[in-house]
Design a binder for this molecule. Sequence first.
Ligand code: FES
Length: 163
Amino acid sequence: MRSEKISPPSEDKRWKIVDTTMRRKGYVPSALIEALHSTQEAFGYLDESALRYISASLRVPPSKVYGVATFYHFFTLRPQGKHTCVVCTGTACYIKGASALLQTLDKNFDIKPGETTSDGEISVLTARCLGSCSLAPAAVFDGHVAGNLEPQTLMEQIARLKE
Ligand code: FES
């Protein structure tokens, strides 16, 4: 069991989802893969702050956490784009039109989830649930959640990112 309280990288409530996963497992080092999965499902990718938080919480050396995160192809490290747009494809968002959002991105920028625009501006990812189902369909733009999105509002959010 973890004795001291380790603070998550930010106030983002999605860390609660990740922490619940680790707590359920008693913060044992063998919960590493599950913690990485939980993080990716909530955020769409794993960045350095996430890897460090998991490393400290489970008391697994960062080198091991990086090793596992880069070894398995189902884990995605933070993409190269200057900005990120993570579209939720969880059940609630899917039902309310997440696929139309992804099609809009494909049509306008010729990018699919996991890809970055050729100018290096925007990377698009998907997550399984952002924990904001009442806002479905939702997406996170550079860390900020936006909900009730439609193709047009999605494009407005992207334009705002680039400003
Ligand atoms: S399913 Fe999209 S936020 Fe929960």
